[in-house]
Design a protein around this ligand. Structure first.
Ligand code: UDP
Ligand code: MG
Length: 322
């Protein structure tokens, strides 16, 4: 039997007064079940992160914490968005636990998958991604846009796990490395695969929201998508340079064509030279922008000051200073 580990379940909450009273007991029941089986320690906690809610969410969290010591809560000073709320919870829990599982509070992600995640952790995995087995409960529009987005991201060179949102288990050492990613614009789904370590997936069914409505309307979804691409990839900049090369090639063809037209006598005086100059300048400008962009891209990646290497194993314990 593995040694029971301390698990912190991180739950971001924003204006969830209608949902929390229903889902909180479900989470407690799930972790109680795991405690009874000896999978996790009694010191495990359910940590709610209030993301600057404007309704009674924080009062509800405080009441829950009074009712049962397994519930705890932290509140962000203002609304910072889902990704930041999850990160705040993870960093708060980092030094107090062996594993964290982040999950939404609206009951859409099946809490029963947590047990399987913890079992995978005991098998030696540091990251366990919750992956939706079906997306039937999502509208066609949401499914289509989300799936196209995953394809777009991987085309942009961002490594993402297909159909995985932010329901995942992270071990303590992954959290320690995540702390080294100092960027402000965070997109956890794209950052966690960068950390490495052994990872696996657990499938679960995604349900309808229990109550309330989604905080991710199209505008926010597009915002997250845009953040995901621009925080993790400089491919859009490279595309400018590629376009510049294409336009330049086209301009050469155009120059030849306009010169031919000139000799045939199909043009008014000045047209051929003007046309050639416009095409050439356009191409040169785009290439120049691409080159400048390439340097800006490098500066952008450097400013993130991400760790340059992460060590996963050693044959012997590191010697510490006496
Ligand atoms: N959330 C948050 N801050 C926000 C928006 C959402 O902490 O600014 C939380 C929300 O309470 C929920 C989770 O993030 O627990 C996912 O949000 P939601 O269910 O609205 O998104 P969807 O599942 O529709 O993508
Ligand atoms: Mg939801």
């Amino acid at each position: 039997m593995p040694k029971p580990s301390v698990l912190y379940v991180i739950i971001p909450c924003y204006n969830e007064e209608s949902v929390l009273p229903v889902t909180a007991p479900v989470f407690l029941e799930v972790i109680r079940g795991m405690m009874e089986k000896g999978l996790i320690s009694d010191k495990s906690r359910i940590m709610f992160v209030n993301d600057g809610s404007k309704d009674r969410t924080w009062e509800i969290i405080c009441d829950l914490a009074k009712q049962d010591s397994h519930y705890i809560g932290i509140a962000q000073s203002r609304n910072r968005g889902h990704q930041n709320a999850v990160l705040a919870g993870l960093m708060e829990a980092k030094d107090r636990c062996d594993i964290t599982i982040s999950i939404d509070c609206d009951g859409q992600d099946d809490p029963n998958a947590m047990e399987e995640m913890v079992m995978r952790y005991h098998e030696g995995y540091d990251i366990v991604y919750g992956v939706r087995s079906r997306r039937d409960s999502d509208s066609f529009f949401k499914r289509f846009t989300a799936e196209s987005f995953y394809h777009l991201l991987s085309w942009m060179g961002v490594e993402v796990v297909f159909n995985h949102a932010d329901y995942r288990l992270l071990s303590n050492r992954v959290l320690n490395e995540l702390q080294g990613f100092r960027e402000v614009n965070i997109y956890l789904r794209g950052m966690i695969p960068l950390i490495g370590f052994r990872s696996t997936e657990v499938a679960y069914e995604r349900h309808e929201r229990i109550a309330g409505k989604s905080h991710y309307p199209l505008k926010k979804m597009l915002g997250l998508a845009f953040d995901g691409i621009t925080s993790l990839s400089i491919k859009p900049i490279r595309m400018i340079a590629t376009l510049g090369v294409l336009v330049s090639c086209l301009s050469v063809v155009l120059i030849i064509w306009s010169v031919i037209q000139f000799f045939i006598g199909n043009t008014v005086p000045g047209w051929a030279s003007l046309c050639a100059i416009v095409c050439m300048i356009g191409g040169i400008q785009l290439i120049s922008l691409g080159v400048i962009g390439e340097y800006i891209g490098k500066i952008y990646l450097e400013t993130k000051a991400r760790p340059r290497y992460i060590i996963s194993e050693r044959t012997q314990e590191q010697e510490t200073e006496p």
